[in-house]
Write a protein that binds this ligand. Structure first.
Ligand code: T1G
Length: 698
């Protein structure tokens, strides 16, 4: 039970300050204290008005999410009632908002009679990102303060916006450049004796929306693409629709019913897990928060190809000057042209100002000479995926760069220790595995070698945050965490083709499950030649009994590398990315089955999810056993932020716990008997099944 409400009296004005660091979460004890202090102030004749604010760095981050899965102590006041009492108060109540007002925190403010905010404060109702709806009146009061369509966008997308924008919308009354608290106290006094503006009685925007009933269906249609598979965004629309069609009190009841239903849902449990998992990744045993880090004020990127370009943009976007090295002027010029084109398209979409574009481009300099990287703080190598080439590059960098330059590689499969071994600074060598397109994908798989120092790890984890990425620390193994699990998933999809399925069937089932696209469409997008290269590279070392399906190799031998060659698992019309089924592929698959002596059979859709994801989860269990990943939740973050695993399922390891480890273990054991080695259950999986535990118990 943590947190309280501090009280101070200034000339007849009671100042109630939410106090529950780090975000003043509305825990059970804060709600209890708030209700008590409110009653006291409302009944104290010496008090004419109230100001509600927050201590420390923000107003309030909302309800305490950690308490959602705990039973509510009986005496805890019901937040919506506390908030209704604020609104109903005969004495003016003013909200003084700084830092952040999110969720229940903003709902408190929406019930106050005026809202003042400091410049740059972030405000919003992000509950939908936790798989719920605002549950303390937010869906009923917001559409009374602002245009209903704006309320739909804000609440169903769960955005936090700047207070300046909120003032334009109309739910922040004043941006206070001077002393916020003093100004709020003055505002509270000026409201004395006036008709207080009670949000629940405002009708203009509601009446206007009554005249446009189609706005809700239109909004739902637009939601379809972005919120595919999520329940909460549609529930937000339903609540706001109730705000327009029902009296305020009935709308509140409707909101509460929907809130209660969603908070118990697997989707909300999954999205709450994702919230905390993304914050847990930066806690690394043995590397405390105060581990000294190196300031990264300058950077270099080696290789100006697809990944090199977007990595450069990430650094420039964060204000870090970047020197880009490549072997030819033509490659440098082509790369810069594409970077410029990308910025121009962002400006044209209003996502970037021309000034910011110019600023970022000015931070990018090109060179054909390694020595121009000698004084940078970090170099990120993004050259072709060839070990010999990377070793050559690292020995060059090691020779020219100052001693404390960190040397990072964007390899997605190669051994960091091998690469570090050619340098005299293996403690400064680390993997920084970005995901394509790296200026969009939020994940960085940061790969520690056996000699990588804590200082280097802490510095690169901090750099991940600086460039807007989620950095997850992993160890060295073939494919690290993400790709190693992807191999297990992809391999089974290929085997199902041999047994009787077709690419479009498997892709549809995995798409409907919530993946951004199925494995065959994904392969066509990223290019089949990359996997072919890796398989050829591994041919000599792969154990003979662990075969992979040759179908993809047959396609590559025909020059079918995917979208970039107009054909891969599907064929593509010129200039189109729409996959078309291709009888050539279907015939090729049948020929491979015949060649392997496999009698094809109907493959049911129900087979496909367990067949593809259970081996992936099993590989995750092996990865945890080997200590390649620190936590199961880290694996979930890698798959949600790097591979598009649906957030409403919480990541593969969390989803496995929802399914039940015994189910997965029993299925793997059956498949092991039927299909052999690739399905051998990991000892950790067997142990958890035996102990009736889950990855969440580790
Ligand atoms: N409850 C519990 N813990 C929270 C929390 C919350 N609401 N918000 C943050 N934390 C923890 C977080 O896990 C981390 O812990 C530390 O605080 C700092 O967070 C009725 C029911 C506010 C914008 O969805 O978006 O209100 O890792 O690193 O970058 O309608 O935190 O240090 O141990 O994220 O400065 C709705 C969630 C709740 C906002 C600050 N509210 N929080 O960002 O810090 S539901 C939200 C955030 C609700 C009502 C409903 C952000 C932030 P640790 P941080 P930050």
């Amino acid at each position: 039970m943590s947190g309280s409400v501090d009280v101070d009296h200034r000339g007849g004005v009671a100042i109630l300050s939410l106090n529950n660091p780090p975000v003043n979460g509305l825990s059970f004890s804060v709600r209890t204290a708030l209700a008590a202090q409110l009653d006291a102030a409302l009944t104290d004749e010496a008090i004419q008005a109230l100001v509600v604010t927050g201590t420390g760095r923000m107003f309030c981050g909302g309800a305490d999410i950690r308490e959602f899965s705990q039973p509510t102590p009986p005496e805890t006041p019901y937040l919506p009632s506390v908030i209704n009492n604020i609104e109903a108060s005969a004495k003016p109540v003013v909200a003084a908002i700084h830092g952040v007002a999110a969720g229940g925190g903003l709902e408190i403010a929406l019930a106050c009679h005026a809202r003042l905010a400091s410049p740059g404060t972030r405000v919003g109702l992000p509950e939908v990102t936790l798989g719920i709806v605002p549950g303390a009146g937010g869906t009923q009061r917001m559409p009374r303060l602002i245009d209903v369509e704006a309320a739909l966008d804000l609440i169903a997308n769960g955005k936090l916006i700047r207070a300046e924008k909120a003032k334009q919308f109309g739910f922040i009354d004043e941006i206070v450049e001077s002393d916020l608290l003093e100004t709020a106290i003055t505002r509270a006094r000026t409201l004395l004796g006036t008709a207080l503006r009670r949000t629940s009685s405002l009708e203009n925007s509601i009446i206007e929306a009554k005249g446009k009933p189609s706005i809700f269906d239109t909004f739902r249609t637009n939601l379809a693409k972005r919120a595919r598979g999520f329940d909460a965004p549609y529930a937000c629309v339903e609540c706001i629709e109730a705000a327009v069609s029902l009296p305020f009190a009935d709308g509140l009841t409707k909101e509460h019913q929907i809130f209660r239903k969603l908070i118990e849902s697997d989707q909300s449990k999954a999205q709450r897990h994702a919230f905390f998992a993304e914050r847990e990744v930066s806690k690394i045993p043995g590397i405390p928060k105060d581990t000294p880090t190196q300031d990264i004020t300058t950077a270099a990127v080696v290789g100006f190809g697809t990944m090199g370009r977007s990595i450069t943009m990430n650094l420039a976007n964060a204000g870090i000057p970047v020197t880009v090295f490549d072997v030819s002027q033509e490659a440098l010029d082509r790369g810069l042209k594409i970077v410029k084109k990308s910025y121009i398209s962002s400006v044209s979409k209003g996502q970037l100002t021309q000034t910011d574009m110019d600023k970022r481009l000015a931070l990018i300099s090109l060179t054909l000479d390694y020595t121009n990287t000698k004084d940078v703080d970090v170099v990120i190598e993004a050259a072709l995926e060839e070990l010999a080439l990377k070793k050559e590059i690292f020995s060059q960098l090691d020779a020219v760069c100052k001693t404390d330059t960190i040397l990072a590689t964007n390899t997605s499969t190669l051994d960091i220790n091998e690469i570090a071994s050619v340098t005299k600074r293996p403690e400064k060598v680390i993997g920084t595995h970005f995901f394509n397109p790296a200026n969009v994908m939020r994940l960085m798989e940061n790969v520690r070698g056996v000699k990588t120092s804590k200082h280097t790890i802490a510095t690169i984890m901090k750099l991940s945050k600086t460039i807007g990425k989620i950095g997850v620390l992993v160890g060295v193994c073939d494919g690290f965490v993400g790709n190693r699990m992807l191999y297990a998933y992809r391999r089974q999809a290929d085997f199902l083709l041999e047994e009787g399925a077709q690419p479009q069937q498997i892709d549809k089932v995995l798409y409907d499950f919530g993946m951004p696209m199925g494995p065959f469409q994904m392969a066509d997008l990223t290019g089949l030649d990359i996997g072919w290269q890796i398989r050829k590279g591994q041919a000599a070392t792969r154990p003979k009994h662990l075969r992979y399906s040759p179908v993809a190799d047959r396609l590559c031998e025909l020059g079918r590398f995917g979208q970039k060659t107009g054909a891969g698992w599907y064929r593509y019309e010129k200039g189109s990315r729409t996959p078309k089924q291709d009888p050539v592929v279907e015939a090729l698959i049948r020929k491979v089955s015949d060649g392997l002596g496999i009698t094809r059979r109907p493959v049911s859709d129900d087979e496909i999810i367990p067949r593809c994801f259970y081996p992936l989860i099993n590989e995750g269990a092996k990865i945890l056993q080997e200590g390649i990943a620190l936590r199961a939740s880290d694996i979930d973050v890698i798959w949600m932020c790097g591979y598009g695993f649906p957030r409403f399922r919480g990541g593969p390891m969390f989803w496995a716990d929802l399914i039940g480890i015994d189910t997965i273990y029993n299925t793997m054991s059956r498949l092991y008997d039927e299909h052999g080695d690739w399905f051998e259950p990991a000892p950790l999986l067997a142990k958890l099944a035996k102990e009736d535990k889950g990855f969440g118990d580790l």
